[in-house]
Design a binder for this molecule. Structure first.
Ligand code: ADP
Ligand code: ASP
Ligand code: MG
Length: 406
């Protein structure tokens, strides 16, 4: 008897009929002789609606209350799914993240899972129950409810799969797998049969929100195979695992885009040791991720420093950067919040020249200006204007002939 973890996203449980559809799929997995743990997201746009509501009440909703509020969305869908399974004649029990033993640190809204105490889940499985866990949430050392960051139910699912020693973690969503680019943006994008953890981690971190990047990281760390497939069809989906085939390894696997980037430039910074540390340390302490950093060549020991942050972090980042920039003698800070990033990802790029040139040429041929460039061993990212992002993804998809992928 195999133990499997299934996760159903918000669009898969968006209304009563869809919850009943999920219940039938879960029941089938159980009837096939598996022990089944199910992680659910909140119904449809519930989380967005709860966030909007909080800001209608208060400009600065307290962190603790905010996380409890957001966690309720997943509690609703988990209880409804348990009821739907009951109607199908199955024994099912819903658990909140805390009841399921998801222990996190106390960084509200972006909590990290410290450990999973599987006792309760294991005992419910032994009793023959299907266990439904509310995703995206955990409990801190102070017994307060925390949430894991947007899209975090995927991470709950993989964390449970790793801790329970599950055979596979199946992520069911509104597309049939991982595509060479977002299929809602590029209809000719092709579904991949498989992809390695490393490539998927880069794609997810750079905008392919089909799976939470921390879920991929956990899967990689604990060697949990992850299937991404549709909750509305029986199409085979994409498997994320360690050894992707050689053919997949030797080319660009996919294109990720993220249309919510902001740029901060500090003009006229003295070029001496310690300045970068003084600017970036407070941002790191505030958990603000910095992406692309470019420092110009200095003239008369004065330089300009540019970096990007998520647009949602811009105001917070500026409130920290401006005073530090002033204290180290910077002239002024300017921002641009109308940017996007587009990235090509593939392990085949590692030792093969020519990928960057092909990317830059494709963007140039479509009149798209590159503002900043950043690379990892298996990724090249260009920062461009937000209004050209769709054209850029399309141009790169064609330039790398990804529509021919099988
Ligand atoms: P869920 O609610 O099931 O968690 P998400 O909305 O978080 O679903 O993720 C699914 C969406 O991810 C798809 O509808 C698709 O638009 C988007 N997406 C972005 N990049 C990709 C990609 N490379 N392959 C598949 N889907 C992608
Ligand atoms: N409901 C949460 C969100 O919308 C978590 C998730 O769906 O994974 O971000
Ligand atoms: Mg998601």
């Amino acid at each position: 008897m195999a133990l499997i973890v299934q996760k159903y996203g918000g669009s898969s449980v968006a209304d009563a009929e869809k919850i009943k559809n999920v219940a039938r799929r879960v029941a089938k997995a159980k009837d096939e002789g598996n022990q089944v743990v199910v992680v659910v997201s909140a119904m449809g746009h519930t989380t967005d609606n709860l966030i909007r509501l909080a800001y209608q009440i208060s400009e600065q909703p307290g962190d603790r209350e905010f996380d409890i509020l957001l966690s309720t969305g997943e509690v609703v869908s988990s209880t409804l799914l348990a009821m739907a399974l009951g109607n199908l004649g199955h024994k099912a029990v819903s658990l909140t993240g805390a009841q399921a033993g998801i222990h996190t640190d106390s960084s509200y809204s972006q909590a990290r899972i410290l450990r999973v105490d599987t006792k309760r889940v294991v005992s419910e499985l032994k009793r023959g129950n299907i266990v439904i866990v509310a995703g995206f949430q955990g409990v801190s050392g102070k017994r307060d409810i925390t949430t894991l960051g947007r899209g975090g139910s995927d991470t709950t699912a993989v964390a449970l799969a790793a801790s329970l020693g599950a055979e596979i973690c199946q992520i069911y969503t509104d597309v049939e797998g991982i595509y060479t680019a977002d299929p809602h943006l590029i209809p000719e994008a092709k579904k991949l049969q498989e992809i390695g953890y490393e490539e998927m981690l880069e794609l997810a971190t750079y905008g392919a929100k089909v799976i939470h990047n921390r879920a991929v990281e956990l899967g990689w760390l604990y060697n949990v195979p992850i299937l991404v497939a549709s909750s509305f069809s029986d199409s085979p989906g994409t498997i994320i695992r360690k050894e992707a085939s050689m053919e997949v390894r030797n080319k660009v696997s996919g294109i990720a885009h993220d249309a919510s980037v902001a740029k901060i430039t500090i003009i006229g910074v003295p070029d001496h040791p310690g300045v970068a540390a003084a600017i970036f340390e407070p941002l790191a302490r505030a958990n603000i991720s910095i992406d692309t950093i470019v420092q110009n060549i200095s003239i008369n020991n004065i330089t300009d420093l540019t970096f990007t942050v998520a647009r949602s972090d811009l105001l917070k980042a500026m409130s920290m950067v401006e005073p530090v920039a002033k204290s180290v003698g910077g002239r002024e800070c300017v921002t641009d919040s109308t940017l996007a990033k587009v990235s090509i990802v593939g392990t085949g790029m590692l030792n093969t020249p020519g990928y960057a040139a092909r990317m830059f040429r494709a963007l140039y041929q479509h009149g798209i200006n590159i503002q900043l460039i950043a690379t990892s061993e298996i990724r090249i990212t260009c920062i461009i204007s937000e209004d050209r992002v769709k054209d850029a993804v399309r141009a790169l998809h064609q330039a790398f002939e990804l529509e021919k992928e099988t």
